[in-house]
Design a protein around this ligand. Sequence first.
Ligand SMILES: [Zn+2]
Ligand SMILES: [Zn+2]
Length: 232
Amino acid sequence: MILKAFHLQLPKRCLLCGSVCRDTHQALCTPCLADLPQLKTGCSRCLAPLAGNMSPQTILCGRCIKSPPAFDQVISFYPYARPISDFILRGKFHQDLASLKLIGELMAIRFSESNHLLPNLLTPVPLHPYRYWKRGFNQSTEIARTLAKFLNAPLEKNLIKRNIHSVPQMSLPAKARQKNIRGIFSTHRRINGEHIAVIDDVMTSGATANEIARVLKKAGASRVDIWTFARA
Ligand SMILES: [Zn+2]
Ligand SMILES: [Zn+2]
């Protein structure tokens, strides 16, 4: 009983610098929060960096002009750089639930500050069953859970199904990624014109995001946004 009371009174420490957080709801202290790197504006559709000083509001990157992706917009808030990448790696490979919760909270805060449309439902990028079995959890589901709670938006954990084993995307060059991923996703139900946000930790080539969006649109989604914590 004494131990329990003591535990409850422990001050919350900042995940980055270890200093005591005054606001007990916050996983980062105010200076560390203010120091997080900011994502530079990019292509209005996929957030890829743009050359020159073009206005990002209306400008598409060369790739999105040449072959428009199936998703409507990528919504991502941080560059894939430290300490953002550390939170992702800690969450993904060390099952650091505090990191995953922080990721979800930061995404919710940044989303609330933006003027993006709230979707009808959130759904995570599914992990391959073998990797899920090995890891025991899907980091994207954990992030989506926090996000859904904070934004008071419906979460459908198993809308997207991952069908067959594929070579890990990270090991392939950009061009081979799109080919590798084709046909590995399907949906568990018909979609009735809903606006869907697909949640993931990081977006790199966008091949996975594009393929998932293609499948969701084919199943009946009216709009598909890709929400990621970081954009590489
Ligand atoms: Zn700190
Ligand atoms: Zn683009």
